[in-house]
Ligand binder design. Sequence first.
Ligand SMILES: [Zn+2]
Length: 472
Amino acid sequence: MPNRDRILLRGAKLICPFSGLRGETLDILISGKRIAEIGEGIECAEVFALDLSGLYLSPGWLDMHVHLREPGREDEETLASGRLAALSGGFTAVCCMPNTDPPVDCAAVAEEIAARASEGTGADVFCVGAITVGRKGGRMVEMDRMRSSAGRVVAFSDDGCCVQDAGVMRRALEYARRFDGLIIDHCEDHALSSGGQVREGPCSFRLGLRGYPSMAEEVMVARDLLLAEHTGSRIHLAHLSSARSVEMLRAARERGVRVTAEVTPHHLFFTDEDVDGLDPRFKVNPPLGSREDREALRRALADGVIDAVATDHAPHSLEEKEVEFERAPFGMIGLESAFSACCTALLESGSLDVFALVERLTAGPARALGLDPRLYGEGIKKGARADLVAFDPEAERVVDADDFLSFSRNCPFDGMRLKGKVELTVKDGKLFFPPGSRLSGSIGEARMGRGRACGSVADIGCGAPGADADDV
Ligand SMILES: [Zn+2]
């Protein structure tokens, strides 16, 4: 009987931006929660061995922008379901946004989330606290108390809303500067976007819908780059969608402004032309942009001006989302389609190679957040936490939202044939096989079940696969 605590991952091509691995084929021995050894042809008795030849293996990915809906809308997502959906998509850590009910605007709520997110298996959860009380844009939260609480607060944002008052934003940046904190900026001038449904332009005219101009994002990008420059604070621009925003970001970085940025898989993949059918799953904030916007975003991600891919995973219930376009809420889920969307949009077109893509899913967001490597970012090395993902950027899959571990189904990629598959996620030394993984056969399909049942790591977890393999 193999040792239940030791797993040997054989023959994967390793990619690690933290330790500089670029495709070397090596074995990894996991003991308990940590990497015990890395090397060529590791021989080891009494161990559960898994053949990963043909696959890449990288540190588990970090999604710095997700909405997990707990507390308040546990019918749409919970911390537990969101953490499993993350693992299914290859992410071993996520940052959850504060627009819950109640919002994360005090230490107590952050602490409650951190406590609940530490139960059971799933991705690590870091909190993004609100900038203002109730995310109302007025009185500032007690950032200092929140960040020094047990709530694992790593940044501040009123995401979902944008702080409209420039004076409040300036004070927030100045306050955060005192402890070198990070403000994550959802850039939207609400007066300009008000009532907008899709990107203003040919698309909104054709569909006869109220337009949401890219200017609504751009004026806030301009304002907040100036404020960040003036205050010397760190700012991170969330879900950028416009070529003009990218231009300003690029110029600001050249001037030495301490600004980082993210882009979503859907803004890299789709354009406003895809909204043609009035399918509410394509309704998102900021709205999908033009082809020129998409090109600019891809280029900026490729040359590192945009640091991170982040999903903006935004679960919505069927009842609320599957209504006429104008009544539907903004947002789409993304954790379980992100990697395939990126491979198809970026690797196929030659915009990025697989090494750069992995960097934007790992070291890029970690750097933007300024995370302590003990929380995330030890990389693949001896003694590091065994948080890993094995994937095949060439493998094809038909996205089936019914297989998702998220509670919600509002995914515009549903039914699409895409390239790029996550085959295995390792979290704290436990193996997690996403639904449809070609590796799942190696531990016995029968024991794993399919679809949602597959989400239970406990069925599969640490060491158990060894025993299962003997059974089948
Ligand atoms: Zn946002």
